[in-house]
Design a protein around this ligand. Sequence first.
Ligand SMILES: NC(=O)C1=CN([C@@H]2O[C@H](COP(=O)(O)OP(=O)(O)OC[C@H]3O[C@@H](n4cnc5c(N)ncnc54)[C@H](OP(=O)(O)O)[C@@H]3O)[C@@H](O)[C@H]2O)[C@@H](O)CC1
Ligand SMILES: Nc1ncnc2c1ncn2[C@@H]1O[C@H](COP(=O)(O)OP(=O)(O)O)[C@@H](O)[C@H]1O
Ligand SMILES: [K+]
Length: 497
Amino acid sequence: MQNLLTASQMREADAYTIAHEPIASIDLMERAAHAFIERSLALSLIKKDQSILICCGAGNNGGDGLAIARQLYEEGFSALHIWIIHYNERQSADFKTNLARIETLPISIQSFAQEDELPMIEQSLIIDAMLGSGLNKPLSGSWLKVVQHLNQAKKKVIAVDIPTGMPADGHLMRSMTALFAHEVISFQRPKINFLFPESAYFMKRFHVVDIGLNEDFIARQASDFYEITSNDARAIYKERRPFSHKGTYGHSLLIAGSEDTMGAALLCAEACLYTGSGLTSACIPKTGLTALNTRLPEVMAISREALFHQPLKQYTAMAVGPGLGKSQEISELMKRLLAKPAMPMVIDADALNVLAENQQLFDRLPPDSILTPHMKEFDRLFGEHSYWYDRVVKAREEAQQRKLIIVLKNQYTFIALPNGRILVNFTGNPAMASGGMGDALTGMLVALLAQGYRAEEAAILGCYLHGKSGDLLAETGMAVVPANVLIQNISKVMGNI
Ligand SMILES: NC(=O)C1=CN([C@@H]2O[C@H](COP(=O)(O)OP(=O)(O)OC[C@H]3O[C@@H](n4cnc5c(N)ncnc54)[C@H](OP(=O)(O)O)[C@@H]3O)[C@@H](O)[C@H]2O)[C@@H](O)CC1
Ligand SMILES: Nc1ncnc2c1ncn2[C@@H]1O[C@H](COP(=O)(O)OP(=O)(O)O)[C@@H](O)[C@H]1O
Ligand SMILES: [K+]
């Protein structure tokens, strides 16, 4: 698990590294510039014959920009042009050093003071090194004008560390003006605000480069946010054991589907199978029986009527919600299920809506139950939110107070734990943005619970594998990954973990 830092913690990490390691601040900047160029070249974001405008402020972000320009020149880039935006009086020491280092080179530099007219931009690419994590207020005055001018030029932009004008943490408002960056190359850790959907107003993609800040110091910083890494998933995952049999891997009960949305139940059940549940039973409406038997012969069916005429004890874990629909009958069913809940549970989709309308049912959920709302379901449960940041903070509060695990789904899924931590899943991609993906996740989570993974482990591993399966398929060239295709890839992803 890697903790994510705020901008001010990042500055402390910067200062600590300089104080405790044999590296001077100016050399750290040199390293950051080198890492920026190396990654840009590796991703083919820049080419030697390209004309590039490097826009620099006069702080350390601007210092990075000057070091990048000089190193590009040394790499053989020849069509470089620099703007220095001199709207602030103060210049950082490392900016000054880098300015002295570049002034002797044959690179054209233009300086702009407030009120100076800005020229047309002829270059095809802009490197944005005006303001970085030192941003301490929204842009205004001349800063606002320069950013608007650059945005209007509609050129490709690569931002150094963070787009100029975008705050690294805290509220992200659509009304804020920032330089829109197509690519961001960020130092050491992603900025927390990159993970919220509102970041799409300011940037398209980000890449993180290691610049060798002291990791021991970083790990000691208190943080609300932790990135789930492949190592975490690997550490949780357990291989199937010798002499094991279907009884070893638990019995999942899915309560899902209605006449019109039987597909949700099928996807959920299929994901449960492919994630390794020993046995899977699906409680579905009668009208779905033929579909279930035809498509998933491994899965056993129980009718809604029969559900409470048999011991629920035979099941190891339960998922309820996908495709259930809204009706009084479903509401009653949830109430009966939660009268004596005795097994780990995943609550999704329509079951979440029942909870939203019957908040007293919350108290009956077994501790560590996993709730998997998307944004709208979340707001129905816990109130409307205007900002993702607030929504995630609310998820943390609710998870802590109610001792539940809340999996708030999005491109970056936030897993809020009862201990107050928020884990962020980085796997997954927009090729997965189509119906049924959440049903698949629910099936995966219940399968992991049935196999004996603790709820926290199931949430981490389930979200990681779900996104990873989608990522590996997207890497094969699939622009869209339908849920059933993702599901059929899960067991391979597990095998290769
Ligand atoms: N790990 C690290 O930390 C490393 C950091 N590195 C690099 O340093 C960058 C951070 O540099 P930085 O701290 O010098 O601040 P930067 O973003 O250049 O801003 C300059 C000044 O602008 C001002 N200002 C702020 N907001 C403003 C506004 N809205 N409108 C007008 N002015 C505004 C504010 O000055 P003030 O207002 O306080 O006078 C601020 O100090 C970081 O992003 C990365 O690129 C790497 O080199 C190596 C490792
Ligand atoms: N752009 C994306 N990047 C990564 N994951 C995504 C993206 N879009 C959707 N997903 C994932 O797909 C799932 C969608 O869940 P949900 O909205 O409940 O779908 P459904 O109700 O259709 O089953 C979530 O797990 C989410 O993380
Ligand atoms: K920047």
